[in-house]
Ligand binder design. Structure first.
Ligand code: ADP
Length: 399
């Protein structure tokens, strides 16, 4: 049975599935909704088959259901809704319902209930159910759009990384040829042509060499995360020892003091960990101040993560550059002041983020820098060496 009204004004349209076996009650509910300002069309049904058929072929704004029907367990409507992947709010409109049953029905998915002798609440309940449904649908739509955007972003990031990798990899070979032949030109014809030719050839050699260095860095950057490395329990103390061995000459040359507090074992790729600390320690030395470099390495466990710190007494970084320096090819100095391509910190960030962490710097210009980053605390955790140890450059060389 379908009932409808259209009084031509701008009342909100409402298509109702009314599960009710008493025609007079159905009439009252429809009248109440009309009275409350709805332009109602209603299908009135009272068996499970009818409910299933109507939900299959029509779309409803709301379901009003009498809790106790002789031929149908009304709460089964919720199963039919789930089966058909519909999110129509269902309100129980019922003669009597003890509070325990009412709570149970709401738990199962009915959005509200109205007693038949208090049918004046119906309009308010329906409006609230419609608003909740609208908000829920908006939230779902927003979440779906966000998920699509994230997917799109991941795809375009992947494409970009692929492009950067292929470009830096494939450009190396022709560039090697350009570099080799310009160097040959420089060696063979230096002083044999005029001085302008010598200068031009020197520029070409310098350009090719710089481009090779840039491509190598770009390739190193785009390799992170490509090789599907499987993180394994790695003792950070031994990774630091490796870094110090790699940097032994520089450490000695600049009389660097390293203070290394006990460090944990974390889940990481050892090669990446060495690369990360080596870039940070290398920078701490490169961007040293007037005093001999002094670097403190430590780790604190905060909740579920380790927060590592590489703290130096170097030239420091102004507040406005703290984000910028982590971007690839961005640097604050000319190559004449400090050599480099601006890739080191971008590599650090990529390694840290690939491992589910964050990296940032705390610093003031002229007052040293504290590079901090997090790693998830893994089951592999154990306390590092008990004693702090200070290393002189001599110690480091002999390690
Ligand atoms: P590069 O060292 O090749 O310049 P990085 O990505 O490692 O590239 O660093 C980017 C910039 O961040 C550097 O040019 C420098 O200005 C700044 N920076 C990095 N580490 C430090 C540090 N420890 N102290 C001061 N400035 C630093």
């Amino acid at each position: 049975m379908t009932q409808s009204s259209n009084d031509g004004n701008s009342n909100q349209r409402l298509h109702v599935l009314l599960i009710e076996d008493a025609p007079s009650d159905a009439e009252i509910e429809i009248a109440e909704l009309r009275h409350g300002g709805f332009d109602v069309t209603a299908d009135v049904v009272d068996t499970g088959d009818q409910v299933r058929t109507h939900l299959g072929k029509n779309s409803y704004d709301v379901i009003l259901a009498d809790y106790s029907l002789p031929n149908f367990r009304v709460m089964d409507t919720l199963d039919i809704l789930r089966e058909k992947n519909l999110s129509v709010p269902m309100i129980l409109v019922t003669g009597a319902l003890n509070s325990e049953t009412a709570v149970e029905c709401v738990k199962q998915g009915a959005v509200d209930y109205v007693l038949k002798d208090n049918v004046g609440r119906l309009v308010h309940c329906v409006r609230r159910a419609l608003e909740d449904t609208r908000l829920r649908q908006e939230r779902t739509r927003a979440q779906e759009q966000l998920a699509l955007k994230v997917e799109e972003l991941a795809r375009s990031n992947c494409d970009l990384e692929q492009f950067a990798y292929v470009a830096s990899h494939d450009l190396q070979e022709p560039l090697r040829m350009v570099a080799a032949y310009t160097q040959l030109l420089a060696e063979r014809y230096r002083g044999k042509l005029d001085s302008t030719a010598d200068r031009y050839i020197a520029y070409a050699v310098e350009g090719a060499t710089r481009m090779q260095a840039l491509l190598e860095d770009l390739l190193a950057f785009s390799r992170i995360g490509r090789n599907g490395v499987t993180p394994a329990p790695t003792d950070v103390n031994t990774a630091i020892e490796e870094v110090l061995r790699n940097l032994a000459f520089t450490l000695k040359e600049h009389s660097v003091t390293i203070t290394c507090n006990p460090l944990p074992t974390i889940l990481a790729d050892r090669f990446q960990l060495v690369q990360l600390f080596q870039n940070l320690i290398g920078n701490a030395i490169k961007f040293r101040g007037k005093a001999a470099p002094s670097i403190t390495i430590s780790a604190d466990k905060l909740g579920e993560e380790w927060v590592f710190s590489v703290f130096d007494n170097g030239i420091g970084i102004a507040a406005e550059h703290k984000e910028f320096i982590f971007k690839i090819f961005q640097r604050l100095h000319t190559r004449a002041e400090h050599p480099g391509n601006g890739v080191g910190l971008a590599i650090c960030r990529k390694i840290v983020e690939h491992n589910g962490g964050r990296i940032w710097v705390e610093s003031e210009l002229g007052r040293g820098s504290n590079f901090r980053f997090t790693f998830p605390a893994a089951n592999a955790d154990r306390t590092g060496k008990k004693e702090d140890y200070d290393l002189s450059p001599q110690d480091l060389v002999s390690r």
